[in-house]
Ligand binder design. Structure first.
Ligand SMILES: NC(=O)c1ccc[n+]([C@@H]2O[C@H](COP(=O)([O-])OP(=O)(O)OC[C@H]3O[C@@H](n4cnc5c(N)ncnc54)[C@H](OP(=O)(O)O)[C@@H]3O)[C@@H](O)[C@H]2O)c1
Length: 324
């Protein structure tokens, strides 16, 4: 199948490093489904890509923090496939993500917003769409080096917590002390990585030829990632002095274009077809396979995470081929 018949869905594919990823996919003649909560912002990039490349770019409204929105987006995607507007879904890139600051908030489903946006919404998306992904398709999860307490990145936001998914989703409810937001971010990414590994094991066991890859873009200034932080912090993070300090302290450094393009490469390059169950990281202009945190390889924790996740996202056995 030629790449112009292939389509990749990218959450948050219209901005930040997701935008560079979408542009890279488009330059390789992949059609796109941009999935995000802001149709106007997505339409801007879609217009640009449709006119610069001869491509189909579809937009699907998905707010990853809302299960109803994810379900509605999945229905739209299935319709596009059914009526032939999308020939073949060859990949899903779970890239949307957020780091909240100051105050804990809860989604309409009743879960802590960082955990729901970064992790639970994407898990639901994958469980509902996995049977639509073409043979040898790929799923790439944008995680973060902050998940690893033994790395310099893992010390900047707050050490990832070893709480269960149920505890994380419900943190701070009923008057209990919530897990700090920096920790919630790092742990949402830990759970995303661990989910990608467990997904890989389940896919292999069931002989389903789909690749599941975890990715850390590295610390990447110039995106909207720090938008919820105080303005001086967001500004300082992008200065060359702070970038120098970051590098000196062993924290990963990258650029939005390099990390976005690397994300696309993981989804389409033949070299990464064997990347299932692995973790790749961008640092100083290189994309390399790395070890993720010790905890991320704990298969007992992964099994518990899987079970808790399926309960938290209210997935029914008949809705997914992943109720294995
Ligand atoms: N930048 C870094 O240093 C860094 C480092 C490690 C990992 N990451 C990860 O890389 C990914 C991309 O981040 P970025 O740096 O490119 O930041 P960004 O510019 O803020 O991009 C985040 C994207 O996620 C989307 N998004 C946020 N909440 C959403 C929701 N509820 N529903 C749907 N989409 C939502 C945003 O859409 P809107 O335009 O609608 O807000 C935006 O497209 C994230 O997962 C982030 O955690 C970033």
């Amino acid at each position: 199948m030629k790449s112009q018949n292939k389509t990749i869905l990218v959450t948050g594919g219209h901005s930040g490093l997701g935008m560079y990823c979408s542009k890279q996919l488009a330059s390789h003649n992949y059609n796109l489904i941009l999935a995000g909560r802001s149709p106007e912002k997505m339409e801007e990039l879609a217009k640009e890509l449709r006119s610069s490349h001869n491509l189909k770019v579809h937009l699907i409204k998905i707010d990853t923090s809302s299960f109803a929105s994810v379900r509605a987006g999945v229905s739209e995607c299935k319709n596009l496939l059914k009526n032939g507007e999308v020939d073949s879904l060859n990949g899903i890139i779970c890239n949307a993500g957020v780091r909240f600051n100051r105050k804990h908030t809860y989604t309409e489903d009743g879960y802590e917003s960082t955990y729901a946006t970064n992790y639970l919404g994407h898990a639901l998306l994958i469980e509902l769409l996995i049977d639509q992904i073409a043979k040898n398709g790929r799923i790439v999860f944008t995680a973060s080096g902050t998940h690893d307490p033994d790395s310099a990145d893992g010390k900047i936001m707050g050490i990832a917590d070893n709480a269960t998914a149920v505890e994380l989703a419900n943190t701070g409810k009923n008057g209990s002390k919530p897990i700090a937001l920096g920790k919630m971010y790092a742990t949402s990414k830990l759970d995303m990585i661990q989910y990608s590994y467990e997904l890989d094991r389940k896919l292999k066991k069931a002989n389903i030829p789909i690749t599941s890859i975890a990715f850390d873009p590295g610390s990447t200034p110039g995106t909207g990632f720090l938008r919820n932080m105080p303005k001086p912090v967001a500004w300082l993070a992008g200065t060359s002095l702070i970038q120098w300090v970051i590098k000196r302290n062993g924290i990963t450094t990258s650029t939005a274009d390099f990390s976005g393009e690397s994300l696309a490469r993981l989804a389409i390059e033949p070299a990464y077809a064997t990347g299932s169950g692995k973790y790749f990281q961008c640092n100083v202009g290189k994309l390399s396979e790395r070890r993720s945190s010790k905890l991320s390889y704990d298969e007992n924790r992964a099994a518990r995470l899987w079970k808790d996740t399926q309960e938290l996202i209210h997935i029914k056995a008949e809705e997914t081929i992943l109720s294995l």
